[in-house]
Design a protein around this ligand. Structure first.
Ligand code: SAH
Length: 511
């Protein structure tokens, strides 16, 4: 008989992907089936293992895709088939999450389950909007209420008047469609017109919006500012202590949206750097990296690997592919030999260092010319064997300079090829076409060429923000310009950090 599976009822946190717990993330990345709601950050779905089945049971007010009973039954059936299933819910599963119903059905069916808490929206929104929920002098209780925006409930069942009397902080979920009614009831229940209140919409996300106002002005201001669901309404004296500064929205790239175009799986560092500054990031991979096909050349080069005085890595992709091939051939790092190692820049060097190999040379500026000059300056190239690890689109300039200026004997090994990725496959394409972005970032000439070839697929709708084109270095800039495109910004030096700095200088504070 098949072993029964198990269900994990898991909170994903309120939006920001970083607010999921370590335990929840572990479960997401190891489950066989993931059943998720629509407010769960889609980035978390990418954390699942290959082959994991993803089932969207998203509930949006006014649109219910899958009925609750059906979801509960689905969980039972999947577990009975022997699988580990994560039921991922926004925020915390026990806070307006209908977890109790699912738990009861699982109990009745004799299915094992575990529950993992999450940061509930009220707590996430309060922290990211700088709104205190308690204070020694101004608020000693917190209430989580529902405003019954939930389509399954027709009328307001909560006695808001009673809650008005608690003197604590009220956090009202699902209240936007009944905002006026809620405010009226709170005032009728005894709260003064001036009671500090706030609304945080899309809290903890790059599109977070918030308003702070005395209770009587809340409805008008929410309309004026166009605040929408999902949102939390906060009411209470502690809310009045909200900081005048705003750590989340004051980050320099908050409200800005950028498109990164590197191959799938390689955007994460740039994405992270931009997100840390508050930006929203879309991913449209324009190129893909494929392993090299010249097997004979690889075998030949590896046979003589001990004869090289220097090995030169010209890209992080090259370094990654090289070591994949190397370990397939040797399986032991000692076969690498005592050669000296040069890398074009820090990202490439960090790949090499991850194998505990020392990188001796990185030029101050990450270009082929600077790399060649720095190598020549070591005075160690004359008649030395040098192995340059490349891709299929690398420029010959490095090899020429090493041969003519340094008199080295250079072999090149092409370990990967760069192809254009089909942009119509990109998950963020529709969103990009609909709303555009502030800037599109090109890390390489190949990405620029791929963009040019697929420009028609990337056409923006009329109301969309038109992005400026940003380039990481002068080669990429020339490729864009040669093709008649204007480059809005080039990183001061060709590194991701410098690119982000340039974006901050360009975009911060001038919305
Ligand atoms: N279990 C969830 C709540 C689900 S009910 C939790 O613990 O947070 C859905 C409601 O949560 C929304 O209508 C809204 O009121 C609130 N909500 C969820 N995500 C939110 C967000 N990012 N910003 C503001 N409110 C949010």
């Amino acid at each position: 008989m098949k072993q029964p599976g198990k269900v994990y009822l898991v909170g994903a946190g309120p939006g920001d992907q970083g607010l999921i717990t370590v335990k929840a993330l572990d479960l997401v990345s190891s489950c066989e089936v993931l059943v998720y709601d629509n407010l769960v950050n889609p980035a978390l779905l990418e954390e699942t293992a290959t082959g994991c089945e993803l089932i969207d049971v998203g509930k949006t007010p006014g649109r219910q895709t899958v009925e609750q009973d059906k979801i509960s039954r689905m969980l039972v059936e999947i577990a009975q088939s022997g699988k580990r299933v994560v039921r991922l819910k926004e925020g915390d599963p026990f806070v307006f999450g209908r977890c109790a119903e699912e738990m009861t059905v699982l109990d009745d069916a004799g299915i094992y389950y575990e529950i993992v808490p999450g940061v509930t929206a009220a707590l996430g929104c309060a922290a990211y909007a700088g709104i205190p929920l308690t204070h020694r002098d101004y608020g000693s209780s917190i209430s989580f209420l529902t405003g019954h925006e939930d389509i399954e409930k027709e009328s307001l069942r909560i006695d808001f008047g009673k809650f008005a009397a608690t003197g604590g902080t009220l956090c009202i979920y699902m209240g936007m469609s009944k905002l006026e009614e809620i405010v009226d009831k709170l005032i009728a229940g005894g709260l003064p017109n001036s009671k500090p209140s706030a609304i945080v919409s899309n809290g903890t996300l790059p599109v977070q919006r918030k308003i702070l106002a005395p209770l009587k002005d809340l409805v008008g201001l929410a309309k004026e500012e166009g605040l929408i669901s999902p949102a939390i309404i906060f009411v209470g004296n502690a809310v009045g202590l909200a900081g005048s500064g705003d750590w989340f929205e004051d980050r320099p790239l908050f409200g800005r949206r950028f498109v990164v175009t590197r191959p799938v799986g390689q955007n994460s560092r740039l994405k992270k750097l931009l997100e840390q500054k508050g930006a929203e990031v879309l991913e449209l991979p324009l190129i893909e990296i494929l392993p090299a096909e010249e097997r004979n050349l690889v075998a030949e080069t590896f046979a003589g690997i001990a004869t090289y005085g220097w090995i030169v890595f010209t890209s992080a992709n090259g370094a990654r592919e090289f070591f994949k091939l190397f370990f397939r051939a040797f399986g032991d790092i000692r076969s690498f030999g005592p050669m000296r190692i040069a890398c074009v820049g820090d990202s490439t060097a960090s790949v090499v260092r991850s194998y505990n190999l020392e990188v001796e040379l990185i030029p101050t500026v990450s270009t082929a010319e600077d790399l060649a000059q720095a190598l020549v300056a070591t005075d160690s190239l004359d008649s030395a064997n040098v192995l340059v690890i490349t891709g299929n689109r690398n420029r010959d300039i490095l090899v020429n300079m090493l041969e003519t200026l340094g008199h080295a004997i250079v072999d090149t090994l092409s370990v990967y090829s760069t192809d254009f990725a089909d942009v119509s496959e990109a998950k963020d394409l529709l969103e990009f076409r609909k709303n555009g972005a502030d800037a599109l970032v090109f890390n390489s000439s190949s990405a620029a060429l791929s963009y040019i070839e697929q420009e028609e697929d990337l056409l923006l709708e009329d109301q969309a923000r038109v992005p400026i084109l940003c380039s990481l270095g002068d080669q990429t800039t020339s490729t864009l310009k040669e093709n008649g495109l204007s480059v809005g910004l080039e990183a001061e030096t060709p590194s991701l950090e410098s690119l982000v700095d340039s974006l901050v200088t360009r975009f911060s504070g001038n919305q």
